[in-house]
Design a protein around this ligand. Structure first.
Ligand code: BGC
Length: 741
């Protein structure tokens, strides 16, 4: 269990202890020039030990006398992941009042999708396609986190992931650079607020820089090989967008990147981040990633690891101590340029000044994660609601009428608070409201009969089946809560099989035999493969791990209080054998034209034993209504390089429910000096349409959005483009325009 690991100790204690809010400095914020002057003055006085201390981060720990003495000596620049409020006050007091130069500590924590209020996992948040709501959720998280005296969260994770075997796909925003960039920017803005030194703002961290999500075979920490054009067009895109949004820090990744570890990679960390993007914030390593340069085969020993890490551009070392152990020697024997040390210290001090830690914020009283406010819970409920993706709804089995009669609630995820919170939940589980609790509350307990069938998602036993089948017999409708427990996704939680674990499929088979209307609600940290189960039930609602308010959101959706509007942020494969599968792939010279396996279609890019198309495409999701899309209309047949056109289409709600629709804009360049993907999403918009209502949805498309990288060079090449306004990445008929010089 994650919580047994030393770095997770104390997190819960922090969350549970209540106290007062932070005080604001009340002083005028220093100008950037004033901050640089102060940094100059400090650096001029710092010893090499004090500098290397700033470049070191450790887990908070127990604050022993030895720890206190080390803080007094300036041994640590940052503590993370723990500490009671009293310990935080004491450690900071020592740093500010008793260390020689009075440099404050910066406290960090992994607040990934909320602290006391847990929002859906980030992949679920991405399924909302609602950046503004994601920003609001991050604002709530910032408020709760800042109250505990934490200044810095290791979030958002913005690793593009196209392989659902990788457990950390749960922590990111899916496969698409456009969607992920919009989500990442929204989260950064939410955490950092208008001003970093506001008492309710925290510094964000763009992680894991870079390529971590492209781990070969989906096995965590494994190596990606990413050509530069793909790296820049796809994997770097959210990091660059976050840079433009003013993200305060980056975390270097664990993985090798084209045979140079990301945590010593001068190309990505110095050339791209510093020279091209002009970034002046802090870069922290991932957990022991500097020491891991040795097993990577990139450093022979700790001394080389320190040298390569610092030269590579990693400024603060998390947990391992190579910088501290060897930095002084490396400078003394002139292997390490002391200027690099000073530059790192400058960036570390700068974030401390920007956060106001030298001022009153440093001495603010760490308080408690306040219990979730009614507003916070409302935001969590709304985001969980918007993250729900309806994948199947045969004959309108959903929504159920409020007067449904009796429902049977079956399955291991119906009443598991901890599992619905998902990976990296920091807050207490007791405030979570499960679907079972919400359904009992809404329908009345005597209308709900509960028989989980299985003890947890991995349970292989059939002992509970008889009770489940019995419960179903007397019911008018059956809700099956299936999926993965929280521990099956997240870090070091890759899976080689993507099926529902344990005996869940067998449970479904047993339960559907009663012939009652069956609805599967799947909670998971990744796309799963559940083709057989989907075939057996009338409806499938994909709920990810929906967080504290997942239960009420799901109950509302099932009972038709709103129409589900979430859309897939990642392609769902039919089988793990199709992985990696993603929508913006290149075309091949022999694209398969149809899904069938006809003999005449043999020499095409496909499989003999399964269709080449996904189970559900990127961008897909049903509603309780239907939408009809008109042909896309382009404002001009030609667009100049440097110019723009508008693309519009009529979208009509042709069904009987009011609903939101996520309207998506895609393009394809038919020929260029590099092969271009079959589609690339350029924009999207959430629109609300009443039953019977229609609206012309218009996007402005700039030529700059059509640019792509040739190596390091960003080019916009004239040529013919197709353009779609569509409900998902596989639907629609394209319009056309020509980009001219
Ligand atoms: C993870 C990071 C996390 C860090 C600190 C690492 O194992 O990869 O995402 O921020 O630990 O807890």
């Amino acid at each position: 269990m994650r919580s047994s690991h030393p770095k997770f100790r104390n997190i819960r204690a922090v969350v549970l202890i209540a106290a007062l809010a932070n005080v604001s400095s009340g002083l005028r914020a220093a100008t950037p020039a004033e901050i640089e002057k102060k940094i100059d003055a400090l650096i001029a006085r710092m010893t090499i030990d004090e500098k290397l201390g700033q470049m070191s981060q450790r887990v908070f720990g127990d604050l022993t006398d030895k720890d206190k003495e080390e803080i007094r000596q300036g041994r640590w620049g940052s503590l993370y992941g723990g500490g009671t409020p009293a310990q935080k006050i004491e450690a900071q007091r020592i740093a500010l009042k008793e260390s020689r130069l009075g440099i404050p500590l910066i406290y960090a924590q992994d607040v990934i999708h909320g602290l006391s209020t847990t929002f859906p996992i980030p992949l679920g948040q991405a399924a909302s396609w609602d950046p503004e709501l994601v920003r609001q959720a991050a604002r709530v998280a910032a408020r709760e986190t800042a109250a505990t005296g934490i200044h810095w969260t290791f979030s958002p994770m913005m690793d593009i992931a196209r392989d659902p075997r990788w457990g950390r796909i749960a922590e990111g925003f899916g496969e698409d650079p456009q969607l992920a960039s919009r989500m990442a920017v929204a989260m950064v803005r939410g955490y950092q607020g208008d001003r970093l030194d506001a008492p309710d703002s925290i510094a964000a961290c763009a992680k894991h820089y870079v390529g971590y999500g492209a781990a070969e075979a989906g096995r965590d920490y494994n190596t990606p090989w990413i050509p530069e054009n793909l790296l820049r067009d796809v994997y770097l895109a959210p990091f660059q967008a976050s840079r433009e949004a003013g993200v305060a820090s980056y975390m270097s990744a664990f993985n090798d990147l084209n045979a140079v570890p990301a945590s010593a990679n001068a190309f990505t960390l110095r050339e791209v981040l510093r020279d091209e993007w002009k970034y002046d914030g802090l870069v922290v390593s991932d957990y022991t990633a500097i020491a891991e340069l040795i097993p990577h085969g990139y450093a022979a020993d700790g001394e080389q690891a320190a040298l390569k890490g610092i030269r590579g551009g990693v400024e603060m070392e998390m947990v391992s101590t190579e910088y501290w152990d060897y930095g002084k020697k490396l400078v003394a024997n002139k292997q390490l340029d002391p200027k690099l040390v000073d530059e790192a210290v400058r960036d570390i001090l700068r974030i401390k000044f920007r956060l106001g830690l030298f001022d009153a914020r440093g001495l603010a009283t760490p308080a408690a994660a306040p219990p979730p406010t009614a507003d916070a819970l409302e935001t969590a409920r709304k985001l969980a609601a918007e993250s729900l993706v309806l994948l199947k709804n045969e004959n309108g089995v959903l929504p159920l009428a409020q007067s449904v009669g009796k429902i049977a609630v079956i399955g291991p995820l119906a009443d598991s608070k901890i599992d619905q919170l998902g990976t990296w939940s920091a807050g207490p589980a007791d405030t979570a409201v499960t679907p079972l609790a919400a359904l009992r509350e809404t329908l009345g307990a005597n209308h709900v009969v509960y028989a989980p069938g299985l003890k947890n998602s991995r349970d292989e036993g059939h002992d509970g089946f008889a009770a489940a089948v019995e419960a179903v017999r007397g019911a008018d409708a059956v809700l099956l809560f299936l999926g993965e427990d929280a521990g099956l996704s997240g870090e070091a939680s890759s899976r080689a099989y993507l099926d529902l674990p344990g005996a869940q499929e067998a449970l479904v088979t047993a339960v559907v035999q009663a012939g009652k209307p069956c609805i599967a609600v799947i909670m998971a940290g990744r796309p799963l493969t559940f083709h057989n189960v989907a075939g057996k039930v009338g409806a499938v609602l994909y709920a990810w791990h929906p967080g504290t308010m997942g239960g009420p959101a799901i109950a509302d959706a099932i009972l038709g209080k709103f129409a589900p509007s979430g859309r897939l942020p990642v392609t769902f494969p039919r089988t793990v054998g199709q992985v990696p599968i993603y929508y913006d792939h290149l075309n091949t010279g022999r694209p398969a034209a149809e899904t069938g396996l006809a003999a005449e279609d043999k020499f095409r890019s496909k499989y003999l034993d399964v269709s080449f198309t996904p189970e559900y495409p990127f961008g897909f999701g049903l509603s309780y209504t239907t939408f009809a899309y008109g042909q896309p209309h382009v404002s001009a047949a030609q667009m100049r390089v440097g110019g723009s056109i508008t693309v519009s289409a009529e979208v009509a709600n042709t069904g009987h429910a009011d609903a939101d629709e996520i309207v998506q804009l895609y393009t394809r360049q038919l020929a260029a000096s590099l092969s271009r993907p079959v589609r690339e999403m350029r924009d999207f918009r959430r629109v609300h349409l009443k039953a019977g209502e229609k609206q012309t949805v218009e996007f402005t498309l700039k030529s700059s959005a059509l640019a792509f990288h040739k190596g390091a060079q960003l080019v916009t090449e004239p040529g013919t483009f197709q353009v779609w306004i569509a409900p998902d990445s596989s639907a629609g008929t394209p319009g056309q325009f020509v980009l001219v010089p």
